[in-house]
Design a protein around this ligand. Sequence first.
Ligand code: ZN
Length: 417
Amino acid sequence: MSSAIDRNFDKQVAFLQRLVQFRSLRGEEAPVQQWLASQFAERGYKVDEFSLADVKLHEHPKAAPMDNIDPAGSRQVVATYDNNGHGRSLILQGHIDVVPEGPVDLWSDPPYAAVVRDGWMFGRGAQDMKSGVSAMIFALDAIRAAGYAPDARIHLQTVTEEESTGNGALSTLVRGYRADACLIPEPTGHTLTRAQVGAVWFRLRVRGTPVHVAYAQTGTSAILSATHLIRAFQEYTKTLNAKAVEDSWFKDVKDPIKFNVGIIKGGDWASSTAAWCELDCRLGLLPNSSPQEAMRGIEQCLAEAQKNDTFLSENPAELVWSGFQADAAVCEPGSAAEGVLGVAHQTAFGATLEDRLSTAVNDTRYYCVDYGIPALCYGPYGIGPHAFNERVELESIRKTTLSIALFVANWCGLRKL
Ligand code: ZN
C-alpha cells in the first residue's frame, strides 16, 4: 500500500495544488465542486451532486440559519463506491469551503498560488482542509493501484458550509447517506479529536443618534455602544470559563470557551457620531451545555448590558442568529472504528494514536450526536488554519494517506481485483 501511495504522490500533490487554486469562499464553491464531481466520475464512482435547496434542510431541527447565501448555489458532492461487499460501510467526508484570506500583502506567497517550498504547501485551505480531502481520495486510489477494492460501500463526500453553519454535512444525512462509521480528515496533526466545543454565531445591530461631532453630547454613537456590548460579552465569557473547570472533558484546558467579534462594520462619516454598527460574533460552548442554553445566555448577557445603559435601554440592539448553532461533541472512547484507526495509525507512523481536545467545531457532531454513527476526526499536520501563510506538511499528507488507506482496508475489508 505504501509503495502505491508513493507512486501516486506527485499526482496527489498536483491534485491538491489544483484544489487550493479554487478560491472556494462561502457561496463560491460551485466550481471546485464541479471539478471534484468530474474527478470522482473519472474514477468510476456514482456521483450525486445536489444543492442545499434540493433537500428539506429546514425541516431538520439542527439546520442552522444561513445568512445572505443562496441554498441553491451551495453544491454538495457524494461519490459512492459500492460493489455489494460484505464489509463495514464508511463515509469519508471533507469540507471544501475556505475562510477569507485577509490582506494579500501579509502573505509570503499569493494565497491561492499553492506554492510548494521546503516540503510544505502554502495557501488558504491547503491545510484546512483540502489536504485531508486529497488524502481521502488518494487513499482509495492507492488501494486500487495496489490491486484491491474495498469490500464495502463507501461514500466520498465533499461539502460546503463547514466554516459557517454545518448545513453541508447535515444535508448529506438528510439526503439519506448513512454508514457504519465516518472519518473526517480535518488537519488534526495525526491526533484523534476526543472532544470538541460547539459554537453559536450571532449578529448585533446597534443603533445610534447621529449628530455633528461638534455637538456630540446631544447624540450617541452606535460604535461606542457596540464597544460597551463587546466588553459585556468579554466579561460574560470569563464567567463561563470560570465554570468550565467543572466540565469533565475540558476541565484542564485554560479558557476553552472563546468569544470572538470577527466582523465589525459601522458609521458613515468621521465628523458624525455613528448612526449604526454591526458586530458578527461567535461564542463557544462545552459538551455539558447545548446551543439553546448558549443562546439563552447570550440573550441574558445582552439584556443585562443594555439595562444599565441610558441609550441602549431605550434603543436595544437587534440580535440576529446568523449561522452556527453547533452542538459540542465527544468521540466516545473504545469504538470499533477507533480501534481500527489506532492500528492503521501505528502502522503508518510507528507511534500510538493520541487524542486531543478541540476548541473549534467540526462536522463529526452530526454523525455521532444526531445519527449514532461513530465519527472520527483525524488528519494531516499543518500550521495556520484561518491565518496568514497557512501551510500543510507534504510528508504528513503522505503518511496520513497511508493511514487512511490502511483504515479503509481493515474497516471495509478488501477483495483482490
Ligand atoms: Zn476545517
